[in-house]
Design a protein around this ligand. Structure first.
Ligand code: HXC
Length: 259
């Protein structure tokens, strides 16, 4: 395993845990942390034993309080065009691993956008989501203007972005920003149980189902249906399909072997 300064990273039972670890700065995403998140995802991507990546924040106060504002202050206009947080989060969305954000405390700005780039979001009562960038005279620039509206709808996204309001975990679940709302002490267990449900599935099917949903979402339905069909054609040729269908017929649990 690589060495990390701003993250703690652990692999356990097919799950790659990434803990954002700058609690003294509410896990604000500075350049070191962003570089390390990129490295950690690359490490997870290369590891065939890993199927799920769970991202969480160290300490219960914050998942991540956004981009590091002290670094952001000196950014020049053209620096916004350099691949940065937005490209990193798109890479995360495109990862072949399933990604889960386990959110306790603040998920603001780039922290909220990191959670939005994950496939599944779990929040506690103490979670607080918001895109307060307009308070700083900037806009959400790590996918927030696009992913938030796709997840919760344009009207609610505009309200959150334009007012900068911060919503709690329960409200986030009500409007579909998160999938699961749990108590503080259930967060890890819930993340593990969602991951464990996913880990039982055919590995190739996991990847292609994720791919079909993400890639099909922003294109016309006819083309998206072809993505689904072609993905199905791929899984029809796998050992996983043979094993999954045989296991059902033989009334036993499937033991998928593919990586
Ligand atoms: C740098 C941060 C920080 C941030 C907190 N800190 N958030 N440092 N960047 N985003 C630091 C504080 O400066 C302080 O450091 C320490 O963490 C504790 O913060 P407090 O404010 O004292 O804590 P608390 O009262 O608990 O309030 C927590 C908070 C607040 C609500 C999260 O810190 C806050 O509003 N932070 C900014 C949130 C934000 O605006 N995020 C969007 C960033 S822009 P010291 O040294 O004083 O102890 C963004 C753009 C993304 O994300 C897109 C770019 C392409």
């Amino acid at each position: 395993m690589k060495q990390y300064e701003a993250l703690s990273v652990e692999i356990k039972d097919g799950i790659f845990w990434i803990t954002l670890n700058r609690p003294e700065a509410r896990n604000a995403l500075d350049s070191t942390m962003l570089q390390e998140i990129d490295t950690a995802f690359a490490e997870a991507e290369e590891n065939d034993d890993v199927k799920v990546v769970i991202v969480q924040g160290a300490g219960s106060k914050s998942f991540a309080a956004g981009a590091d504002i002290k670094q952001l202050k000196s950014r020049k206009p053209l620096e916004a065009l350099i691949p940065g947080m937005q490209s990193l989060y798109t890479k995360i969305e495109n990862s072949k691993k399933v990604t889960i954000a386990a959110v306790s405390g603040y998920a603001l700005g780039g922290g909220c956008e990191l959670a939005l780039a994950c496939d599944i979001r779990i929040a506690t009562k103490n979670a607080k989501f918001g895109l307060p960038e307009l308070n700083l005279g900037i806009i959400p620039g790590a996918g927030g203007t696009q992913r938030l509206s796709r997840i919760i709808g344009k009207g609610r996204a505009l309200d959150m972005i334009l007012t900068g309001k911060i919503i709690a975990g329960e409200e986030a679940e009500r409007i579909g920003l998160v999938t699961y709302f749990v108590s503080e002490d259930e967060l890890i267990q819930k993340a593990e149980s969602v991951a464990s449900d996913i880990l039982k599935k055919g590995p190739v099917a996991i990847q292609l189902a994720k791919f079909a949903v993400h890639k099909g979402y922003d294109i016309d339905e006819g083309t998206a249906m072809w993505i689904e069909k072609l993905s199905q054609a791929v899984v029809f040729g796998t050992e996983d399909k043979e094993e999954g269908t045989s296991a059902f017929i033989e009334k036993r649990k499937a033991e998928f072997q593919s990586k």
